[in-house]
Design a protein around this ligand. Structure first.
Ligand code: NAD
Ligand code: UFG
Length: 335
Protein backbone atom coordinates (compact mmCIF):
# COMPACT_ATOMS: atom_id res chain seq x y z
CA UNK A 1 0.00 0.00 0.00
CA UNK A 2 1.28 3.46 -0.86
CA UNK A 3 0.54 6.30 1.54
CA UNK A 4 0.93 9.96 0.65
CA UNK A 5 2.08 11.81 3.78
CA UNK A 6 1.50 15.56 3.43
CA UNK A 7 3.63 17.55 5.85
CA UNK A 8 5.84 14.47 6.03
CA UNK A 9 9.12 16.30 6.77
CA UNK A 10 7.47 17.99 9.78
CA UNK A 11 7.52 16.83 13.38
CA UNK A 12 4.64 14.34 13.56
CA UNK A 13 4.73 13.53 9.82
CA UNK A 14 8.39 12.44 9.83
CA UNK A 15 7.89 10.12 12.82
CA UNK A 16 4.76 8.67 11.24
CA UNK A 17 6.51 8.18 7.89
CA UNK A 18 9.20 6.22 9.76
CA UNK A 19 6.61 4.02 11.46
CA UNK A 20 4.79 3.43 8.15
CA UNK A 21 7.99 2.36 6.36
CA UNK A 22 8.88 0.03 9.22
CA UNK A 23 5.41 -1.48 8.99
CA UNK A 24 5.97 -2.24 5.28
CA UNK A 25 4.00 0.60 3.69
CA UNK A 26 5.42 2.53 0.74
CA UNK A 27 5.58 6.22 1.56
CA UNK A 28 5.50 9.34 -0.60
CA UNK A 29 6.20 12.57 1.29
CA UNK A 30 4.90 15.94 0.13
CA UNK A 31 5.94 19.12 1.95
CA UNK A 32 6.72 22.69 0.93
CA UNK A 33 9.38 22.89 3.69
CA UNK A 34 7.90 26.11 5.13
CA UNK A 35 8.36 24.69 8.65
CA UNK A 36 10.73 21.75 8.17
CA UNK A 37 13.86 20.62 6.38
CA UNK A 38 14.52 18.08 3.62
CA UNK A 39 17.16 16.58 5.96
CA UNK A 40 14.24 14.77 7.61
CA UNK A 41 14.12 12.50 4.54
CA UNK A 42 17.78 11.51 5.05
CA UNK A 43 17.07 10.82 8.72
CA UNK A 44 14.02 8.69 7.88
CA UNK A 45 16.23 6.70 5.49
CA UNK A 46 18.94 6.29 8.16
CA UNK A 47 16.42 4.87 10.62
CA UNK A 48 14.43 2.63 8.28
CA UNK A 49 16.92 1.78 5.53
CA UNK A 50 14.27 2.95 3.06
CA UNK A 51 14.10 6.33 1.37
CA UNK A 52 10.60 7.69 0.89
CA UNK A 53 9.88 9.51 -2.36
CA UNK A 54 9.90 13.25 -1.65
CA UNK A 55 8.12 16.07 -3.44
CA UNK A 56 8.76 19.66 -2.39
CA UNK A 57 5.24 20.68 -3.35
CA UNK A 58 2.84 23.25 -1.92
CA UNK A 59 -0.85 22.48 -1.42
CA UNK A 60 -1.50 25.67 -3.37
CA UNK A 61 0.00 23.97 -6.45
CA UNK A 62 -2.73 21.70 -7.76
CA UNK A 63 -0.76 20.66 -10.84
CA UNK A 64 2.18 19.80 -8.61
CA UNK A 65 -0.09 17.62 -6.48
CA UNK A 66 -1.61 16.01 -9.61
CA UNK A 67 1.82 14.93 -10.77
CA UNK A 68 2.37 13.06 -7.49
CA UNK A 69 -0.89 11.14 -8.00
CA UNK A 70 0.13 10.44 -11.61
CA UNK A 71 3.59 9.18 -10.57
CA UNK A 72 2.32 6.92 -7.77
CA UNK A 73 -0.81 4.88 -7.25
CA UNK A 74 -1.72 6.41 -3.90
CA UNK A 75 -4.02 4.27 -1.74
CA UNK A 76 -4.53 6.68 1.16
CA UNK A 77 -3.45 10.11 2.33
CA UNK A 78 -2.33 11.08 5.84
CA UNK A 79 -2.75 14.83 5.91
CA UNK A 80 -0.42 16.62 8.34
CA UNK A 81 0.44 19.66 6.20
CA UNK A 82 -0.64 22.95 7.71
CA UNK A 83 0.41 25.92 9.78
CA UNK A 84 0.01 25.33 13.51
CA UNK A 85 1.06 28.29 15.67
CA UNK A 86 -1.93 29.60 17.60
CA UNK A 87 -0.54 33.10 18.31
CA UNK A 88 0.67 33.54 14.73
CA UNK A 89 -2.79 32.57 13.47
CA UNK A 90 -4.28 35.47 15.47
CA UNK A 91 -1.75 37.86 13.88
CA UNK A 92 -2.03 36.43 10.36
CA UNK A 93 -5.54 34.99 9.99
CA UNK A 94 -5.70 35.25 6.21
CA UNK A 95 -2.46 33.29 5.82
CA UNK A 96 -3.81 30.57 8.11
CA UNK A 97 -7.22 30.34 6.44
CA UNK A 98 -5.67 30.35 2.97
CA UNK A 99 -2.93 27.83 3.68
CA UNK A 100 -4.86 25.39 5.86
CA UNK A 101 -8.37 25.58 4.42
CA UNK A 102 -7.77 26.39 0.75
CA UNK A 103 -4.75 24.10 0.76
CA UNK A 104 -6.71 21.18 2.23
CA UNK A 105 -9.62 21.76 -0.14
CA UNK A 106 -7.27 21.63 -3.12
CA UNK A 107 -5.74 18.42 -1.81
CA UNK A 108 -9.21 16.86 -1.46
CA UNK A 109 -10.10 17.99 -4.99
CA UNK A 110 -7.00 16.34 -6.43
CA UNK A 111 -7.71 13.18 -4.40
CA UNK A 112 -11.23 13.11 -5.87
CA UNK A 113 -9.90 13.53 -9.42
CA UNK A 114 -7.71 10.45 -8.89
CA UNK A 115 -10.41 8.49 -7.04
CA UNK A 116 -8.34 8.37 -3.85
CA UNK A 117 -10.94 8.52 -1.09
CA UNK A 118 -9.20 7.44 2.09
CA UNK A 119 -7.83 10.14 4.36
CA UNK A 120 -6.49 10.42 7.90
CA UNK A 121 -6.56 14.02 9.11
CA UNK A 122 -4.51 15.69 11.87
CA UNK A 123 -7.08 17.41 13.98
CA UNK A 124 -6.51 18.73 17.47
CA UNK A 125 -7.88 18.85 20.99
CA UNK A 126 -8.25 22.57 20.30
CA UNK A 127 -11.65 21.77 18.69
CA UNK A 128 -13.08 21.11 22.18
CA UNK A 129 -12.89 24.87 22.83
CA UNK A 130 -12.98 26.39 26.31
CA UNK A 131 -16.22 25.17 27.86
CA UNK A 132 -16.26 21.39 27.92
CA UNK A 133 -15.74 19.39 31.11
CA UNK A 134 -12.66 17.15 31.25
CA UNK A 135 -11.83 14.54 30.14
CA UNK A 136 -12.78 15.40 26.57
CA UNK A 137 -14.95 12.83 24.80
CA UNK A 138 -15.36 12.72 21.00
CA UNK A 139 -19.10 13.46 21.08
CA UNK A 140 -18.74 16.75 22.96
CA UNK A 141 -19.66 20.02 21.25
CA UNK A 142 -16.83 21.64 19.33
CA UNK A 143 -15.84 25.27 19.02
CA UNK A 144 -12.79 27.43 18.42
CA UNK A 145 -11.18 30.46 19.97
CA UNK A 146 -8.58 31.41 17.37
CA UNK A 147 -8.07 31.16 13.57
CA UNK A 148 -5.88 28.04 13.87
CA UNK A 149 -8.65 26.28 15.80
CA UNK A 150 -11.24 27.41 13.24
CA UNK A 151 -9.15 25.89 10.44
CA UNK A 152 -9.19 22.51 12.23
CA UNK A 153 -12.95 22.72 12.81
CA UNK A 154 -13.60 23.77 9.23
CA UNK A 155 -11.47 21.01 7.73
CA UNK A 156 -13.24 18.46 9.96
CA UNK A 157 -16.55 19.86 8.68
CA UNK A 158 -15.41 19.75 5.06
CA UNK A 159 -14.45 16.09 5.41
CA UNK A 160 -17.76 15.26 7.13
CA UNK A 161 -19.67 16.92 4.29
CA UNK A 162 -17.55 15.21 1.63
CA UNK A 163 -18.19 11.84 3.30
CA UNK A 164 -21.91 12.63 3.61
CA UNK A 165 -22.19 13.47 -0.10
CA UNK A 166 -20.13 10.46 -1.17
CA UNK A 167 -19.96 7.68 1.47
CA UNK A 168 -17.18 6.02 -0.53
CA UNK A 169 -14.89 8.50 1.24
CA UNK A 170 -13.23 6.96 4.29
CA UNK A 171 -12.29 9.61 6.80
CA UNK A 172 -10.39 9.39 10.07
CA UNK A 173 -10.39 12.55 12.16
CA UNK A 174 -7.65 12.16 14.77
CA UNK A 175 -7.68 14.74 17.55
CA UNK A 176 -4.19 14.93 19.00
CA UNK A 177 -3.55 16.13 22.52
CA UNK A 178 -0.03 17.48 23.28
CA UNK A 179 2.62 15.61 21.28
CA UNK A 180 6.15 15.69 22.71
CA UNK A 181 9.08 13.24 22.64
CA UNK A 182 11.28 12.26 19.74
CA UNK A 183 12.46 9.17 17.87
CA UNK A 184 14.55 7.05 20.23
CA UNK A 185 17.49 7.13 17.77
CA UNK A 186 17.89 10.87 18.34
CA UNK A 187 17.75 11.33 14.55
CA UNK A 188 14.26 12.86 14.40
CA UNK A 189 12.53 15.30 16.72
CA UNK A 190 10.73 18.61 16.87
CA UNK A 191 12.68 21.40 15.23
CA UNK A 192 10.55 24.56 15.28
CA UNK A 193 11.58 27.81 13.61
CA UNK A 194 12.42 30.79 15.83
CA UNK A 195 11.51 31.07 19.52
CA UNK A 196 9.24 28.15 20.43
CA UNK A 197 5.66 28.75 21.57
CA UNK A 198 5.07 25.33 23.05
CA UNK A 199 6.31 24.11 26.39
CA UNK A 200 8.64 21.23 25.53
CA UNK A 201 10.51 22.92 22.66
CA UNK A 202 11.01 25.92 24.96
CA UNK A 203 12.36 23.75 27.80
CA UNK A 204 14.74 22.08 25.33
CA UNK A 205 16.17 25.47 24.32
CA UNK A 206 16.64 26.42 27.98
CA UNK A 207 18.35 23.07 28.62
CA UNK A 208 21.01 23.81 26.00
CA UNK A 209 21.32 27.44 27.23
CA UNK A 210 19.97 28.96 24.01
CA UNK A 211 17.27 30.62 26.08
CA UNK A 212 17.95 31.79 29.64
CA UNK A 213 14.79 30.85 31.50
CA UNK A 214 11.37 29.26 31.09
CA UNK A 215 8.33 31.47 31.71
CA UNK A 216 5.63 29.45 33.42
CA UNK A 217 2.36 31.03 32.40
CA UNK A 218 0.46 31.15 35.67
CA UNK A 219 0.69 29.21 38.95
CA UNK A 220 -2.75 30.16 40.25
CA UNK A 221 -4.90 27.77 38.22
CA UNK A 222 -7.23 25.38 39.97
CA UNK A 223 -4.84 22.42 39.50
CA UNK A 224 -2.70 20.36 41.89
CA UNK A 225 0.24 22.78 41.87
CA UNK A 226 -1.44 25.78 40.23
CA UNK A 227 0.24 25.36 36.81
CA UNK A 228 -1.52 24.29 33.60
CA UNK A 229 -2.26 20.61 33.06
CA UNK A 230 -2.12 18.91 29.65
CA UNK A 231 -2.20 15.41 28.19
CA UNK A 232 1.32 14.94 26.80
CA UNK A 233 1.69 12.05 24.39
CA UNK A 234 4.86 10.60 22.87
CA UNK A 235 5.10 11.30 19.15
CA UNK A 236 5.83 7.59 18.47
CA UNK A 237 2.61 6.61 20.26
CA UNK A 238 0.88 9.13 18.03
CA UNK A 239 2.59 7.63 14.97
CA UNK A 240 1.35 4.20 16.07
CA UNK A 241 -2.16 5.66 16.36
CA UNK A 242 -1.98 6.51 12.64
CA UNK A 243 -1.00 2.94 11.75
CA UNK A 244 -3.90 1.64 13.82
CA UNK A 245 -6.25 4.17 12.19
CA UNK A 246 -5.20 3.00 8.73
CA UNK A 247 -5.78 -0.64 9.71
CA UNK A 248 -9.18 0.21 11.14
CA UNK A 249 -10.43 2.17 8.19
CA UNK A 250 -9.60 -0.61 5.79
CA UNK A 251 -11.73 -3.02 7.82
CA UNK A 252 -14.46 -0.50 8.75
CA UNK A 253 -15.03 2.00 5.94
CA UNK A 254 -16.77 5.22 6.95
CA UNK A 255 -16.04 8.29 9.04
CA UNK A 256 -14.65 8.13 12.56
CA UNK A 257 -13.36 10.58 15.15
CA UNK A 258 -10.75 9.52 17.70
CA UNK A 259 -8.94 11.28 20.52
CA UNK A 260 -5.24 10.43 20.60
CA UNK A 261 -4.08 11.21 24.12
CA UNK A 262 -2.93 9.16 27.09
CA UNK A 263 -5.88 10.07 29.30
CA UNK A 264 -3.54 11.51 31.96
CA UNK A 265 -2.82 15.12 32.81
CA UNK A 266 0.61 16.44 33.79
CA UNK A 267 1.33 19.95 35.10
CA UNK A 268 3.97 22.34 33.79
CA UNK A 269 5.98 21.99 37.01
CA UNK A 270 5.81 18.19 36.79
CA UNK A 271 7.15 18.36 33.23
CA UNK A 272 9.99 20.65 34.33
CA UNK A 273 10.93 18.25 37.12
CA UNK A 274 10.75 15.20 34.83
CA UNK A 275 12.90 16.93 32.23
CA UNK A 276 15.50 17.92 34.85
CA UNK A 277 15.67 14.32 36.02
CA UNK A 278 16.00 12.91 32.49
CA UNK A 279 18.62 15.41 31.38
CA UNK A 280 20.57 16.14 34.56
CA UNK A 281 20.18 19.83 33.62
CA UNK A 282 18.67 22.54 35.78
CA UNK A 283 15.80 24.36 34.05
CA UNK A 284 15.63 27.88 35.50
CA UNK A 285 12.09 29.21 35.46
CA UNK A 286 10.05 32.18 36.59
CA UNK A 287 6.32 32.53 37.11
CA UNK A 288 4.81 34.80 34.47
CA UNK A 289 1.22 35.99 33.99
CA UNK A 290 -1.30 33.57 32.52
CA UNK A 291 -1.13 33.32 28.71
CA UNK A 292 -4.22 34.67 26.95
CA UNK A 293 -6.48 31.89 25.71
CA UNK A 294 -5.00 29.15 27.96
CA UNK A 295 -7.25 26.97 30.07
CA UNK A 296 -6.34 25.37 33.39
CA UNK A 297 -6.45 21.72 32.43
CA UNK A 298 -7.45 19.31 29.71
CA UNK A 299 -6.84 15.69 28.90
CA UNK A 300 -8.38 13.00 26.73
CA UNK A 301 -10.86 10.28 27.28
CA UNK A 302 -9.13 7.82 24.93
CA UNK A 303 -11.54 4.90 25.47
CA UNK A 304 -12.72 4.86 21.84
CA UNK A 305 -9.20 4.67 20.43
CA UNK A 306 -8.15 2.03 22.98
CA UNK A 307 -11.22 -0.14 22.36
CA UNK A 308 -11.79 0.28 18.63
CA UNK A 309 -8.30 0.90 17.27
CA UNK A 310 -6.68 -1.48 19.79
CA UNK A 311 -4.20 1.32 20.42
CA UNK A 312 -2.44 1.76 23.71
CA UNK A 313 0.04 4.55 24.45
CA UNK A 314 3.23 2.97 25.80
CA UNK A 315 5.57 5.80 26.71
CA UNK A 316 5.71 7.55 30.12
CA UNK A 317 6.46 11.22 30.77
CA UNK A 318 10.03 10.28 31.74
CA UNK A 319 10.45 8.39 28.42
CA UNK A 320 9.21 11.48 26.58
CA UNK A 321 11.66 13.76 28.42
CA UNK A 322 14.53 11.29 27.88
CA UNK A 323 13.87 11.22 24.12
CA UNK A 324 13.53 15.01 23.88
CA UNK A 325 16.83 15.42 25.70
CA UNK A 326 18.51 12.79 23.52
CA UNK A 327 17.34 14.64 20.40
CA UNK A 328 18.30 18.17 21.45
CA UNK A 329 21.67 17.16 22.86
CA UNK A 330 22.52 15.41 19.58
CA UNK A 331 20.99 18.16 17.40
CA UNK A 332 21.42 21.48 19.23
CA UNK A 333 20.92 23.33 15.95
CA UNK A 334 18.00 21.23 14.78
CA UNK A 335 18.05 18.89 11.79
P1 NAD B 1 5.00 20.78 11.58
O1 NAD B 1 4.96 22.24 11.30
O2 NAD B 1 6.26 20.19 12.09
O3 NAD B 1 4.56 19.97 10.26
C1 NAD B 1 3.65 20.48 9.32
C2 NAD B 1 4.31 20.43 7.97
O4 NAD B 1 3.42 20.95 6.98
C3 NAD B 1 5.60 21.27 7.90
O5 NAD B 1 6.68 20.44 7.51
C4 NAD B 1 5.29 22.33 6.85
O6 NAD B 1 6.45 22.66 6.09
C5 NAD B 1 4.20 21.66 6.03
N1 NAD B 1 3.29 22.59 5.34
C6 NAD B 1 2.62 23.65 5.84
N2 NAD B 1 1.89 24.24 4.89
C7 NAD B 1 2.08 23.54 3.74
C8 NAD B 1 1.61 23.67 2.41
N3 NAD B 1 0.82 24.69 2.03
N4 NAD B 1 2.00 22.77 1.49
C9 NAD B 1 2.83 21.75 1.84
N5 NAD B 1 3.33 21.59 3.06
C10 NAD B 1 2.96 22.48 4.02
O7 NAD B 1 3.79 20.45 12.58
P2 NAD B 1 3.45 19.11 13.36
O8 NAD B 1 3.58 19.39 14.82
O9 NAD B 1 4.14 17.94 12.77
O10 NAD B 1 1.88 19.04 13.07
C11 NAD B 1 1.36 18.24 12.02
C12 NAD B 1 -0.15 18.42 11.97
O11 NAD B 1 -0.70 18.06 13.23
C13 NAD B 1 -0.57 19.87 11.72
O12 NAD B 1 -1.71 19.86 10.87
C14 NAD B 1 -0.94 20.37 13.10
O13 NAD B 1 -1.89 21.40 13.04
C15 NAD B 1 -1.51 19.11 13.73
N6 NAD B 1 -1.43 19.13 15.20
C16 NAD B 1 -0.24 19.38 15.80
C17 NAD B 1 -0.18 19.45 17.20
C18 NAD B 1 1.11 19.77 17.90
O14 NAD B 1 1.06 20.20 19.06
N7 NAD B 1 2.28 19.55 17.28
C19 NAD B 1 -1.35 19.24 17.96
C20 NAD B 1 -2.55 18.96 17.31
C21 NAD B 1 -2.57 18.91 15.90
N1 UFG C 1 3.52 26.91 28.90
C1 UFG C 1 4.34 27.63 29.76
N2 UFG C 1 5.43 28.25 29.22
C2 UFG C 1 5.74 28.20 27.89
C3 UFG C 1 4.88 27.46 27.04
C4 UFG C 1 3.78 26.83 27.58
O1 UFG C 1 4.10 27.70 30.96
O2 UFG C 1 6.73 28.82 27.46
C5 UFG C 1 2.38 26.19 29.48
C6 UFG C 1 1.03 26.62 28.93
O3 UFG C 1 0.52 27.73 29.65
C7 UFG C 1 0.20 25.35 29.10
C8 UFG C 1 1.23 24.22 28.89
O4 UFG C 1 2.50 24.82 29.13
O5 UFG C 1 -0.29 25.26 30.40
C9 UFG C 1 1.23 23.64 27.49
O6 UFG C 1 1.35 24.71 26.54
P1 UFG C 1 1.70 24.41 25.00
O7 UFG C 1 1.84 25.74 24.32
O8 UFG C 1 2.83 23.46 24.89
O9 UFG C 1 0.40 23.62 24.48
P2 UFG C 1 -1.14 24.04 24.50
O10 UFG C 1 -1.86 23.03 25.33
O11 UFG C 1 -1.31 25.45 24.86
O12 UFG C 1 -1.57 23.90 22.99
C10 UFG C 1 -1.05 22.98 22.01
C11 UFG C 1 -1.33 23.58 20.65
C12 UFG C 1 -2.83 23.69 20.47
C13 UFG C 1 -3.45 22.33 20.61
C14 UFG C 1 -3.07 21.72 21.92
C15 UFG C 1 -3.57 20.29 21.95
O13 UFG C 1 -0.67 24.85 20.55
O14 UFG C 1 -3.13 24.18 19.20
O15 UFG C 1 -1.66 21.73 22.10
O16 UFG C 1 -3.16 19.61 20.81
F1 UFG C 1 -4.80 22.42 20.60
Amino acid sequence: MTILVTGGTGYIGSHTATALLQQGYDVVVMDNLCNSKAEAINRIEKITGKRPAFYQTDMMDMDGMRSIFRDYKIDAVIHFAGLKAVGESVQQPMRYYYNNITGSLQLFQVMAEFQVKTIVFSSSATVYGMNNPIPYVEGMPTSATNPYGYTKLMIEQMLMDIHHADPAWNVMLLRYFNPIGAHESGLLGEDPNGIPNNLMPYIMQVAISKLPCLNIYGNDYDTTDGTGVRDYIHVMDLADGHLKALDYIQKHPGLEVFNLGTGHGTSVLEIVKAFEKASGKKIPYQIAPRRAGDIAAFYADNTRAVNLLHWQPKYSISDMCRDNWNFISKNPNGL
